[in-house]
Design a protein around this ligand. Sequence first.
Ligand code: AKG
Ligand code: FE2
Length: 270
Amino acid sequence: MKPFEATSFTLGDTLTQEQIVFFNNNGFLHFKNFIPKDIVQLFLSEAKRVEEFLLAKNVEKINGVPLKFGKDLDGSRLIQRLCFTSQYSSVLHEYLQDSRIQNLTQLLGGNARIGEIEKDGLVFNHYVRDENSKFTSMGWHTDSPRDLFLGQKINKMLNIGTHLDDCLQKNGGLKVLPGTHKQNIFQTLFRKKQFIDHNPDINEVGFDIEAGDLTVHDGDLWHRVEASSFIGEKSRRRVMYIPIVTGKYDPKHENSKTPLYQRFAKYVVK
Ligand SMILES: O=C(O)CCC(=O)C(=O)O
Ligand SMILES: [Fe+2]
């Protein structure tokens, strides 16, 4: 593979031809300043409000999907992976109706749609690193095979990340392997040990992320989250993901069963 040229774009109301070509070749896109800083603050406070509500109610699962709990730097309880967040926030629900987000479905075409109540809905990930924190990184994985555990074939999907903290690539964060979305199913499943392998790859590409940036990655693209090089407050990294899904409409509800992989996730996702 030749050295990768890092490129970021600006997202207008529709994708440009250049952006579509970049996505088809590489399996991801990085858009700068998708939302302004005051909206970043608004989303952070909404997520905090939802988190406090769920903690107060001792909610452990939403629509069958377990929440991931941890401890913040001050020892207080933290939800480190919150799902279906927009179900509890009209602000975040409104955000998902943004025409620029809706128009990203054109990358997949067909019946591609924002999966607000499918899969895990709007996921809010909260990483922070100190001596007590376990959720600092995520091993190499692809997002699409989770369908297999739901008894379905793998459908094309994308994950859209709204980044709410700054994170320069030299300090960790999301790393991807460009082009690995164009592989056979065997490679999608087994190129690396899903979630277990945390080793850097010479071909991995990182992002200089500013709060308010947006990333899009193909569900078949190999990616990982590298732990922050900082300890404490500077390591804090909050990012929301919403899937764009295809295939049969499959909404989750209160009585949805917990998928098998999520019952065991705590043993492998470090
Ligand atoms: O935190 C990130 O940027 C990526 C998280 C991720 O890959 C996942 O939740 O599947
Ligand atoms: Fe992922």
